[in-house]
Design a protein around this ligand. Structure first.
Ligand code: FAD
Length: 626
């Protein structure tokens, strides 16, 4: 079997993986980057709106403290506050670093990096490249990898001496030596041949879980692999009940349902209307945000040109609020003909300006729906977009609870609490990708001996099993049933009976998936690949459903019809998922969330905190203020 030895193996070549790998290589570590898609095709490429960083280029009042506050508010105070602090403080440096490595962001008139408005951000904060920011981010990070390889070619005569990419290669198991990580096992998608990586440190950067839902903005790679790999290796997942349904996905035609319509459309002036032509978001501003959002259309419109004297329009509320509002309008029979609502930018900006600011959106609607967004409104509705939950990590290093395992980016949990603000993912990837690369390198430096991987035969037997069965279950049917179940029963609005029903279906699907059979050979066989991915999607879906059933309140990306309010007691609790190495026995435990450090909590007004915290926590606040 093909075998390779590295110091650090990074699984995933999106923003988080590339930034982690660059850091590990810069620390002198022999680093592998493994990705199941083509190199350059990760979700990060699809990111449209931008990267949030409080640079203060457009509004000088912006700074890390305002960004920190916005992030905590967006996450409804369930965020890992240390992560939110590091993120707000370090994001500007990471964006600058990208420019040093060759990225070209859009500029303000005076030549600074331009920053645009986005939901939940008090000031214009998203550094962007039109609506193709993720593409520029990945292009720049890849260019940096190539530059490091050129340096290695000059110094060692081999461009891949210290950093090598293994593309179209899927990891199916992490390997261990006792309690420590010792490597990874996977297969080449093209040939089906197996491959073993021998490495004392593994960084997971595999992105999200959207393919467990039928309507999603996510593409085929998002099958929760990293989440499942971590669980199977003994690590824990937190916040899995929190799934972000982006308010604006395409709803028509059916073949493209779920594809994202960037929030920049609203950030740049687009408005949401129902079938009666009403800007309905004014009816949906929750109490906790009432003083921060405009109450009339006139004030909301003035805000685009005078932010000092007006409040934001409610179309720019955090995503969970907007998604729920759209859902309610459609349910009340005020939706658009194809089951969404109208998003109109055509009556708000000149056609040339729309094409300049939103080129991808213009192209996407023209090509896919035959709609010219400079002339008519789009029809949009909620789509499964992002998972706030993920691997529980130490904020400063990205270390998971299993020695040698690290995680960064969408696969990690904590940073965004119960709801992520738009733009906070690209900055998260850069900040915590770098930190995970540093953390993994320091861990390797501290090891007395290299661990020796065990469990290769078992991993091989597990991977090959679907090809050895005949007449078993069709993996596509199992997958489709899972997607429908999660969409319908653990979707945007949840209730106890439906979640319990979903858990029963997942249990049955788990049994069926043990018997999936894939016809054909190991050579580029998507049915076989899906049969392997099913284990991960089922495991992660079970975590989502179990945590969703336990959390008896509504907060961020978790809305319970039967528990509509937010409860201060629940804010103190994290739900922590574990599983056995054979994917059985998923358990969810409550854990008390550590209290926020005094100098951070006092960045907020007491009146605001009263909406979120318990009396005990408020007493701590009073003590910190004194
Ligand atoms: P990804 O970029 O998804 O990379 C995951 C990598 O892991 C891929 O290389 C994949 O091949 C690999 N992988 C997965 N499983 C395996 C396995 N088993 N073995 C080997 N490799 C594996 N966020 C913002 O902040 N701003 C935006 O404007 C924005 N726009 C978005 C638009 C869209 C359409 C979408 C879908 C998301 C958007 N987001 C945005 C969210 C953001 O893009 C993602 O959260 C982020 O890119 C995730 O990055 P990542 O590095 O964690 O993972």
């Amino acid at each position: 079997m093909e075998r390779h030895e590295y110091d650090v193996v990074v699984i995933g070549a999106g923003g988080a993986g590339l930034r982690a790998a660059i850091e590990a290589r810069q620390q002198g570590k022999r680093t592998a980057i493994i990705c199941k898609s083509l190199f350059g095709k990760a979700h990060t490429v699809m990111a449209e709106g931008g990267a949030a960083a409080a640079m203060g280029n457009v509004n000088p009042d912006d700074n890390w403290m305002v960004h920190f506050r916005d992030t905590m508010r967006g996450g409804k105070f369930l965020n890992n506050w240390r992560m939110a602090e590091l993120h707000a403080k370090e994001a500007p440096d990471r964006v600058w670093e990208l420019e040093e490595w060759g990225a070209l962001f859009d500029r303000t008139k005076d030549g600074k990096i331009s920053q645009r408005n986005f939901g939940g951000h008090e000031y214009p904060r998203l550094a962007h490249v039109g609506d193709r920011t993720g593409l520029e981010l990945i292009r720049t990070l890849q260019q940096r990898v190539v530059a490091l390889q050129q340096q290695d070619e000059r110094e060692h005569g081999d461009p891949e001496a210290f950093i090598k990419v293994f593309a179209e290669c899927t990891v199916t198991r992490l390997l261990k030596d006792g309690d420590k990580i010792a490597g990874a096992f996977g297969y080449w998608r093209e040939t089906g041949d197996f491959i073993v990586f021998d490495a004392p440190a593994v960084v997971l950067a595999t992105g999200g879980i959207g393919k467990s839902y039928v309507v999603t903005s996510n593409s085929w790679e998002y099958t929760g692999d990293g989440h499942a790999l971590a669980l199977l290796a003994g690590a824990k997942l937190i916040n899995m009940e929190f799934i972000q349904f982006h308010p604006t996905g395409m709803v028509w035609p059916p073949s493209v349902r779920g594809i994202l319509v960037t929030e920049s459309v609203r950030g740049d002036g687009g408005v949401l209307r129902n079938s009666e032509g009403r800007r309905f978001m004014f009816d949906y501003v929750p109490d906790v945000f009432k003083d921060k959002y405009a109450t009339t259309e006139e004030e909301g419109d003035r805000w685009y040109t005078d932010q000092a004297n007006n409040r934001r329009p409610p179309e720019l509320l955090p995503r969970d609020e907007v998604a729920r509002a759209i859902n309610a309008e459609v349910k009340a029979g005020r939706g658009s003909p194809q089951g969404g609502v109208f998003l109109d930018v055509s009556s708000r900006l000149p056609a040339a300006e729309i094409v300049k600011r939103l080129p991808s959106m213009h192209h996407q609607f023209k090509e896919l729906a035959d709609v010219d967004i400079t002339q008519e409104p789009m029809q949009v509705g909620p789509t499964c977009h992002y998972v706030m939950g993920g691997v529980e990590v130490e904020a400063d290093t990205g270390a998971a609870s299993v020695p040698g395992l690290f995680a960064a980016g969408e696969v990690s949990g904590g940073m965004h609490g119960s709801n992520r603000l738009g733009g906070n993912s690209l900055s998260d990837l850069l900040v915590f990708g770098r930190r995970a690369g540093l953390g993994a390198s320091a861990y390797v430096d501290g090891l007395a001996a290299r661990p020796v991987p065990a469990g290769v035969e078992e991993a091989e037997a597990e991977a090959i099993a679907p090809l050895q069965r005949t007449g078993g279950e069709n993996p596509y049917e199992v997958h489709h049933e899972l997607q429908r179940t999660m969409n319908d029963l653990v979707g945007i609005i949840r209730k106890s009976e439906e979640i319990s029903e979903a858990l029963q279906v997942v249990e049955k699907l788990k049994e069926r998936s043990k018997n999936t059979a894939s016809a054909g050979s190991r050579i580029y066989n998507p049915g076989w690949h899906l049969a392997i991915d099913l284990r991960n999607m089922l495991l992660v879906s079970e975590c989502v459903a179990r945590a969703a059933l336990l959390r008896e309140e509504s907060r961020g990306g978790h809305t319970r019809d039967d528990f509509p309010g937010m409860s201060p007691e629940w804010r103190r609790k994290l739900l922590v998922c574990s599983a056995g190495p054979d994917a059985s026995g998923v358990t969810v435990e409550e854990r008390v969330q550590p209290s926020m450090r005094g100098d951070l909590i006092t960045l907020f007004d007491r009146a605001e905190l009263e909406k979120y915290l318990t009396e005990d926590e408020l007493a701590d606040y009073d003590a910190a203020v004194k």
